[in-house]
Structure formats: C-alpha cells, structure tokens
Design a binder for this molecule. Structure first.
Ligand code: PHE
Length: 360
C-alpha cells in the first residue's frame, strides 16, 4: 500500500509539473497507458491472494480515477492559460488613433501639368501626346530644321544607336515637344487646338539645366488665327496659372525655324528679399518661345497653308513650377528626396480645377 501512495505522490507531481499538452500526454501514458504504472499493477492483481486483492484492487481503481481527474483538470487549466495568452496578444484598443503612415505626395511637375491642362481645357485645348524616342524627321526636318541647320547643334541632342551598316538617320530623344505639333496635325487635321505636356531631353546639366526636363507645347490652327489670339491665350493662361488678377507679358522678336514671325515671351516680375512676385516690378523673366506656324511645318503636317494658319508656343514646365512655388534649385526636382517631396508636394486627392482654385 505504501507503494501505491508513493506512486500517487509521484504521478500527481508529474501532472502538476506538465506545462504543455504534450508533456501532459506523456504523463498520462506512463501512468494509465497500456504499459503504464497503474495498468501494470492492475494486471498483477490476478496473482494476489483474495484478501490482498480486496484492498489493493479498490485502492488502485481509486488512484486511477484520481489521476484521470487530475489529468483532465490540468488539461483544462493549460487550455485556459493558452486562450488567455492569445487574448492578451490579440488585444486591440479601437479607440487608439491610427498609426501615421508615410504619405505620398504629387510632385510639383505633375501638379503644374494638371493645372495647365485644366486651364487650357477651359479655353478649348485638348491634350496630345507623342513618343519620347522620336524620329529625326519629326524632331527636326518636319519642323523646318534642315540637316545642316545650326539649330540641330544648339539642341545638344541625344542620339539612339543604329546597327552598324544601317545608314538611316538615328532616332533621337526628343529635344522639345514641338514634334507633337506634327503628329497632332497628321492625326487630327485642321482645325486644331492642342497642348502637349511631356518630357524632353538635352545634353545639358547645371543649376538651371537638367538633361531631362519638361515642356508644354501649344498649337492652334484655324482659318483666321492671328498673333493677337496668341497673345490673349498666353495672357489668359499666365493670369490663371499664377493666380493673380493681372499679368504683363512682353513679346520680344526672336527666331525659331518652325515659326514665322517668332517671339520670345517674358513676364513682368520683381524680386524682393529672394521672394519672386509675378505681375509687378521692374524685372522680366523669359518663360516661353512662340510664333505663327511656318507654312513648311503646316505642309509637313498635311495641312494646306493656303487655307489654314496657326500659332504655336513651347514653355518650360519646370521653370514655371519653380516660379510659382518658389523652388530655388531645378536639380532637386529629379532627386526623389522624400523630405523635399513632403515640403513641395501636393495632396494626392486635391485635383486642380478652375472653379475651386488651382493650388489649394
Ligand atoms: N520648341 C521651342 C524650344 O524648345 C519652343 C517653341 C515652341 C518655340 C513652339 C516656338 C513655337 O525652345
């Protein structure tokens, strides 16, 4: 009987010490399994005297029930503890404010493209597109820039590769958005009113020049287009874009092979303590090139210059973005510095529209 009470102490201690379901199962097998301590002793009952059997039998059966109950209680306790631990881990305070996430912003160049698209849409211009890898013909010849014309050199062109032995002129990274004039004329014919914002490339790099930058081209073709309409369109654009009541533009006679006559356009401005003010002051800032579309260019676009005429302009988007938003260094535009983007960027869901205000 001492033996049974030792066994009881030992097994109950093992049950209490088991701290996961696997350990508990091992305890169960060593006590109650087929070859377990209790089972072996129950089997020995047969070899005992009837008197012995009378006391040992009930004692073993009682111990078996007790161990059984202890195992069940321990299993439940372990399951409760596991559930408790899980609930602790999955606890969520729904009243906490959400964790701040890194927020994306709209790049000033994209913002300005959206703004000028909205302004020109309002006066009847749609958006046209062309490839950034452009044929030599679209980028130069069709725009009245002959192969020996000095303007080809001035454009600091990036040329694409041709296979050795292929003597056709190489494609180029477009040096301006003007080839989209040709593509739009060919695709839509006259009359025509389009703008073409996009990337352009020139081999140039300093504080005010990047090898990739952005322009917007404008083209209007109709029966009786005049330089006065060009002037009105540009003034209307600048007033809306810079969000001022009045702007003053200065047209300076200039030369582009694809326009005749040609004019470069400056906007009146002032610098005070490093702050630029548009619309007043004694300074002028050049913002674009423009003119009346050259007859050769109309013809290259498949439009009869005897019946149609038009104006065109090309404006640097990065430049007007810097002017409007007071951004001092062009190179920062293309560095993808998140701190810069957070400072100069725009909220993603505030699309510019004229009635609500362009830049909120
Ligand atoms: N393509 C010219 C440039 O890149 C700008 C321009 C466009 C001038 C259209 C006149 C007319 O400098």
């Amino acid at each position: 009987m001492n033996d049974i009470s030792d066994l009881r102490t030992q097994v109950l201690a093992q049950v209490a010490a088991a701290d996961d379901p696997d350990a508990l199962e091992t305890v169960r097998l060593t006590a109650l399994g087929k070859k377990g301590a209790i089972s072996l002793r129950l089997r020995e009952l047969g070899r005992m005297s009837p008197e012995e059997r009378q006391t040992v039998g009930p004692a073993l059966n009682a111990l078996k029930s007790e161990i059984d109950a202890a195992l069940r209680a321990r299993r439940e306790a372990l399951e409760d503890a596991a559930l408790e631990a899980r609930l602790q881990g999955e606890w969520l305070d729904v009243t906490l404010p959400p964790r701040p996430r890194p927020r994306g912003t709209i790049h000033p160049v994209s913002q300005v493209m959206d703004e000028l698209t909205a302004i020109f849409a309002d006066i009847g211009f749609s958006v046209a597109e062309g490839p950034q890898i452009e044929s030599d013909w679209h980028n130069f010849d069709a725009l009245n820039i002959a192969p020996e014309h000095p303007a080809r050199q001035e454009h600091d062109t990036f040329f694409m590769h041709r296979a050795p032995g292929d003597n056709r002129p190489p494609h180029v990274l477009r040096t301006h958005t003007s080839p989209v004039q040709i593509r739009a004329m060919q695709a839509q014919g006259a009359p025509l009113r389009v703008i073409a914002p996009g990337r352009v490339y020139r081999m140039d790099m300093d504080q005010t020049h990047a090898p990739m930058f952005h322009q917007v081209e404008g083209l209007a073709i109709d029966r009786d287009i005049t330089m006065a309409q060009l002037k009105w369109t540009l003034e209307e654009f600048c007033r809306a874009f810079f969000e001022v009541d009045a702007v003053e533009l200065r047209f300076r006679a200039s030369h582009f092979p694809f326009t005749e006559p040609s004019a470069e356009v400056d906007i009146r401005c002032s610098w005070q303590d490093g702050q630029l003010k548009i619309g007043e002051g004694d300074d002028w800032m050049e913002i674009l090139g423009s003119g009346m579309v050259h007859p050769h260019v109309l013809r290259a676009g498949g439009i009869d210059p005897e019946r149609w005429q038009g104006f065109a302009f090309g404006m640097g988007i990065d430049r007007i973005a810097m002017l409007k938003y007071g951004i001092p260094d062009l190179r920062a535009f293309f560095e993808s510095d998140l701190r810069w983007l957070r400072h100069y960027g725009f909220a993603a869901l505030d699309l510019p529209d004229l009635p609500a205000g362009l830049s909120r």
